[in-house]
Design a protein around this ligand. Structure first.
Ligand code: GLN
Length: 486
């Protein structure tokens, strides 16, 4: 059974369809794996065993009665920031203590309609603010390849669960890199769709103009399958656009001949870890061997990306997090003399340090007197960054870059230094600022045996193209088949 959990969604779907395993077998195997492994890793925040088994029994029953949906009975893990009816949704924050979601996020509703099951909630940095999952109030998640190291973040629980075979696939969210970077740190595939590709309804907002939901999976084909289900316009999210959703799996297969891939000069600079650079360079050569033409390009405003991102993201966060005030749900601190006092006490007790830091930063950059100097300037630079990409996509089909400057680092080694943590977002936050799509695929290991990720960046709504490139690369290597010791 344990091997089954490392198989692709496609393989598992075929076994289910042939009756060679049941959804109950699958969920029992998963619960067993979680029991034996999650004590060390803490990838999950909560798992409702009875509910998971109940969902599996219903799926098996439906199948026996002639329901042939492809993905019926396949479990998926969900980052603890997405609302699933009847399950807690804490965003790894004390302020949402006791909150149980009364509704499904649109992405969840679509997966449910496709027959998937929701087994548990994965750990994350509080409100998705962070790059290491160390900002969780629930406790840190560890990297399955080396438990002394972080899994990346903020979707670190989702990435660790997939890598450790504690989940067949998982959903994460990506505001500045939070799907791709943990995918790279844990050796799985992570896709950030273009802004507007997937509905954000039911995703607890961090920075609304940057947030996107996407899959973390064992392989590219699985990412295509999940995206297929969750993509597409939604009347409940007016930023989710009515752009045709292509058949993502139909795009997979074939080599890279006729494809032009750009290497942004600014992404191959001093400061990248030598092992990371070597693995990424190896992947670039491999893409060339598969027929791609490789050209050097320039994204000249890259150096401003981190500061632009941290102004816009914190400004939006300071507004979005104003709703957590202890009035209608979640934590309410005792002893408030009046409503203002109650809000203050609740927010002081409910938010962690990093969240408070960002609310303060965001309030500052929006305050009168500083608004033009910081927020408006950041918006202008954001436009310049978007134009950089528009320009290179006139002559390239996609870009190849590292996902992050380093592989996973040791727990505690960066967490005291927020600025150096923020700098780790340099290669990922740009795609969010530009609203474009990007995917991380495993491309090797460091000398310490930690996974390295290759990032493939595409233009708006070019998910089919980057998935095709990622798939061609993946299928020509063995990296995605390597799993950490169980
Ligand atoms: N590390 C970035 C941040 O802390 C990105 C987080 C994310 O994508 N949610 O904001």
């Amino acid at each position: 059974m344990s091997e089954l959990l490392d198989r692709s969604i496609g393989d598992i779907a075929a076994l289910l369809a042939r009756g060679e395993c049941s959804s109950v077998d699958l969920v029992q195997g998963l619960l067993h794996r979680i029991d034996s492994r999650d004590g060390d890793l803490s990838a999950y925040v909560s798992v409702d065993r009875d509910d998971a088994l109940g969902q599996a029994q219903r799926a098996d029953k439906a199948r026996s009665e002639g329901d042939h949906r492809d993905l019926l009975g396949i479990p998926i893990a969900v980052k603890d920031i997405l609302n699933v009816t009847g399950q807690p949704c804490t965003c790894a924050s004390r302020i949402l203590d006791g909150y149980v979601a009364p509704y499904d996020a649109t992405a969840i509703a679509r997966l449910r309609d496709a027959g998937l099951l929701f087994v548990g909630r994965t750990n994350m940095d509080e409100f998705a603010m962070g790059s290491s999952t160390e900002n969780s109030t629930v406790g840190v998640t560890r990297n399955p390849w080396n438990t002394a190291c972080v899994p990346g973040g903020s979707s670190g629980g989702s990435a660790a669960a997939v890598a450790a075979g504690e989940a067949v696939a998982a959903l994460g969210t990506d505001t500045g890199g939070s799907i791709r970077q943990p995918a790279a740190f844990c050796g799985c595939v992570g896709l950030k769709p273009s802004y507007g590709r997937v509905s954000r309804y039911g995703l607890t907002a961090y920075a609304s103009s940057l947030d996107q939901i996407g899959p973390l999976t064992h392989c590219v084909d699985d990412a295509a399958r999940i995206l297929q289900v969750i993509a597409g316009a939604d009347p409940l999210d007016c930023t989710c656009l009515d752009v045709v959703v292509p058949d993502y799996r139909a795009a997979l297969g074939g080599d890279l001949s006729g494809i032009r891939l750009g290497l942004p000069r600014e992404y191959f600079v001093q400061g990248i870890d030598a092992d990371v650079e070597q693995a990424v360079r190896g992947a670039i050569q491999q893409c060339e061997a598969l027929g791609a033409e490789i050209v050097e390009v320039s994204l000249p405003h890259t150096e401003y990306a981190v500061s632009t991102y941290y102004i816009i993201a914190t400004a939006e966060a300071s507004a979005n997090l104003a709703r957590f005030d202890g009035v209608r749900y979640g934590l309410r601190a005792p002893g408030g003399k009046d409503p203002i006092d109650m809000y203050g006490k609740t927010r002081a007790a409910g938010f962690g340090d990093e969240v408070k830091r960002r609310i303060l930063l965001g309030t500052y950059v929006l305050s009168s007197g500083y608004h033009d100097a910081y927020y408006v300037t950041a918006q202008k630079v954001r436009t310049l960054i978007r134009r950089d990409f528009e320009k290179v996509f006139e002559s390239c089909d996609a870009l190849l870059t590292p996902v992050a400057p380093t592989a996973a680092y040791r727990l505690g080694s960066v967490s005291d230094d927020p600025l150096s943590m923020y700098l780790g977002d340099i290669f990922t936050a740009t795609a969010n600022l530009a609203g474009i799509c990007a995917v991380a695929v495993p491309c090797g290991f460091t000398s310490d045996k930690l996974p390295v990720g290759l990032q493939i960046v595409g233009g708006p709504y070019q998910e089919d193209r980057i998935l095709q490139i990622a798939h061609a690369y993946e299928q020509s290597t063995e990296w995605h088949t390597m799993k950490p010791e169980r």
